[in-house]
Design a protein around this ligand. Structure first.
Ligand SMILES: Cc1ncc(COP(=O)(O)O)c(C=O)c1O
Length: 432
């Protein structure tokens, strides 16, 4: 199992100790809703993904408002890869968002969902995937990833007798593993000239994506570079560009909560035998609010993009929208010691060994309380890395207790694995 990859571009991480007060206030928020979670587990069993519809709707509204406040011309495309459960996709589309897809499978899902606006990004699109995009060209914009893909799309579109709208994906990290995405921004002029000769391809805009941002600085830097490149083009060339897609990558406002083992200091040690000793050593990387992201991006576009360009701004949030939209419920099936329990769900539900690096409180809803108890909360998969946490909040822990791991909506359900055990069912939370 693999952690979703983080953009390696330099961004000095400011990692501070996470205060117990902040953790307590987070836990309290969920204890207030404890009965609704328990009722869901009583009627539907466990393990479960609990779909929190009101959290999803509130985040969609917050996100849209933040960008609408500072820009008049924004279109939001939800990145399906962050959580592709059909009910989430349906709600997102119902709220009027477009969808960002990265494969033929995701495209098929988006088309079924009745999304009116779809962007299709990602490297190495197959002929079948391009054909599907061309067949639905009224709804789909293809973000081209390379010169080769331009030629392939032109051929496929010519065969279908269709003209297709495209964006050009610009590479944001031309060294290291992120160079597999898009073309070098320095090649934009050459790409536009080549696309001119393709009768079935209509270049309408540009796309870039920066992953895992806890503040807006890298958007500002890239937009400044893009501005210089656009200025170097002839005015008629850049006037063809009717959108700039600034991608996703906005970190949720709670910030990133880390186990000691995931800090620079912790990474050097071997914690396999001593995790419980470190259970209260956790850290936080602060994140900017979505208003700050929106304001900084708007200012950077205003400052750097040539004033003669008339364009819409596309955004492709994933994590920010769905992070709080799912929670995980598990039940204690074995209490091996005061400080060791086994629960019925395994981390195949999240698809990677998330809780060895990321910290999320495990909350005992059956014996609620704000006391934190050291305890290895392990899943029932036959691997020692099946760990939900090194402590729980509650007044004791017994077989049959229902535990909650909140805010597990992003890059968990969509990474779930049929490994040893089947992934849990998804149910809609009663109070939402
Ligand atoms: C092209 C593209 N857009 C948007 C996203 C969504 O990113 P996030 O969930 O961090 O907002 C991704 C994620 O990898 C992506 O590759």
């Amino acid at each position: 199992m693999e952690k979703p990859s983080r953009d390696a571009a330099p961004q000095a991480p400011k990692i501070l100790p996470l205060s117990n007060a902040e953790v307590s206030s987070f836990v309290t928020r969920f204890l207030h809703r404890g009965e609704s979670f328990l009722e869901t587990a009583r009627s539907c069993g466990s393990p479960l993904y609990a779909f929190d519809r009101s959290a999803l709707h509130n985040r969609i509204l917050d996100f849209q408002r933040a960008f609408a406040r500072v820009m008049a011309n924004v279109d939001t495309y939800y990145a399906i890869k962050s959580n592709n459960h059909p009910a989430i996709v349906a709600d997102v589309v119902g709220a009027g968002l477009g969808l960002d897809v990265s494969s033929g499978t995701e495209l098929a899902m988006a088309l079924t969902s009745k999304a009116e606006r779809i962007v299709f990004s990602g490297p190495g699109k197959t002929a079948e995937e391009l054909q599907a995009a061309v067949a639905h060209s009224a709804r789909v914009i293809v973000h081209l990833d390379s010169f080769g893909e331009l030629e392939r799309l032109e051929r496929v579109a010519a065969q279908a007798g269709q003209r297709v709208r495209v964006g050009i994906r610009l590479c944001t990290g031309e060294h290291g593993i992120w160079r597999k995405f898009g073309i070098s921004p320095d090649d934009l002029g050459r790409f536009l000239a080549r696309a001119e000769t393709c009768e079935h391809v209509d270049v309408c805009g540009l796309q870039f994506h920066l992953s895992w941002n806890t503040d807006p600085s890298r958007y500002e830097q890239f937009i400044a570079r893009l501005g210089k490149i656009l200025r170097s083009l002839a005015a008629p060339e850049r006037s063809r560009l009717s959108f700039i897609d600034v991608g996703g990558g906005y970190w949720p406002p709670d910030g990133e909560w880390l186990q000691f083992a995931a800090t620079p200091e912790g990474r050097t040690g071997d914690h396999e035998d001593t995790p419980a000793a470190d259970y209260r050593r956790r850290f936080k990387q602060e994140a900017s609010s979505i208003d700050e992201f929106a304001r900084s991006i708007a200012e950077a576009l205003q400052t750097h993009i040539p004033a003669d360009m008339k364009y819409r701004v596309f955004v492709e949030p994933g994590r920010w929208i769905c992070h709080e939209a799912m929670h995980i419920l598990v039940t204690v099936v074995d209490r091996k010691n005061d400080d060791l329990v086994i629960v019925d769900g395994g981390i195949n539900a999240v698809g990677w060994e998330r809780y060895e690096s990321d910290y999320f409180p495990v909350i005992n809803l059956t014996r609620p309380g704000l006391t934190e108890q050291p305890c290895l909360v392990a899943g029932s998969l036959c691997t020692p890395h099946d760990i939900w946490g090194y402590s729980y909040f509650g007044e004791g822990i017994e077989v049959g207790d229902v535990l909650l791991v909140p805010n597990q909506g992003a890059y968990t359900y969509s990474l779930r694995q049929h490994f040893i055990k089947p992934p849990p069912e998804v149910v809609v939370l009663r109070d939402t």
